[in-house]
Design a protein around this ligand. Sequence first.
Ligand code: SF4
Length: 368
Amino acid sequence: MDNLHCEIDAIRQRLGKKLLILGHHYQREEIVAHTDMQGDSFQLSVAAAQNVDCETIIFCGVHFMAETADILANSPENLAKRDGRRVDVVLPDLDAGCSMAEMATRQDVESCWNSLTTLFEENEIVPVTYVNSTAELKAFCGQHNGFACTSTNAKAVLHEALQIGALQKKSQKPCVLFFPDQHLGRNTAIKMGISESQMSLWNSNEPDFGGNSPEQIKNSRIILWNGYCCVHQKFVPGHIDEIRKMFPKIRVIVHPECRRDVVEQADESGSTAFILKQITESPAGSAWAVGTESRFVERLAKQNPDKTIVNLAFQPSYCETMGLIELPQLAAMLMSVESGLKRNLIRVENRIAPDALRCLRRMLQACS
Ligand code: SF4
């Protein structure tokens, strides 16, 4: 392993500013140690798009993150600034996908949309995709005047989408189709005062209206896709009861990809960036039980030795696909980049990239 560390350091030094290595918060510690920036998927892509020097981005994350980096780094404006030169985005392991992103395919969402437009006029319903989704779905939203959202800005985006729906529909009951994560959609809507009776869950394996009656769908303000993150879905209210028995003064903080009952019983909920900020800024001696990916929680505990920081569940909850990237894959990726081969290139097709970019930009405008 020491050899690999030395090899990686040497190649990084030789490539200098031409190379940018991005590491998602859920990556292995030994990978994060070799990254230029750490963060959540969208933060990393935005920062990468602003970098003027780099020629290649190695994205130590999962497939949809590399797609977003490619879309933003190679936007028409950025291409013009570089006289047309593209930035290549590569993923060290092509098997690093996201099971939640794969729960909503373009074909299934199109089929849902076609059913919904038998009940609504097309401009009466607004599609919103969590950034944890394929570029195909971002393009779908871009084509239908929809939005992307992150776990940080989901509330602002949903608010904007419902307002736009209201303007288009000229009624008090605009509707949003939210995919792929039902939990982020539900938890955000509840924070906005929308009750669960005003939401429907769309199961693409069910016939007709995703397992709902036409009346249910017509009376919904939010239609939630039946997707979820297997890492965050593992947390249950029993974990909170247990941890509070063990540490009566502990604060429980969870990610909004967790189930509604977990979010409601926690003391606080928010994105990875929010969790990082709350814990980092808390006073020495604070105690936290954290309901999110365990590599991130373990890193937080290491970075805050003056606080007690534990996983909310006793069994760690790791994102397996993020964990596929190990030192040998990173070293091989670097060798390939240095040799000019550029294996594992992630390039969003021209067919969909402009609409996917439009969807991301509409999100940024909604939050500005
Ligand atoms: S933690 Fe969940 S949402 Fe994030 S990449 Fe892993 S499976 Fe996908």
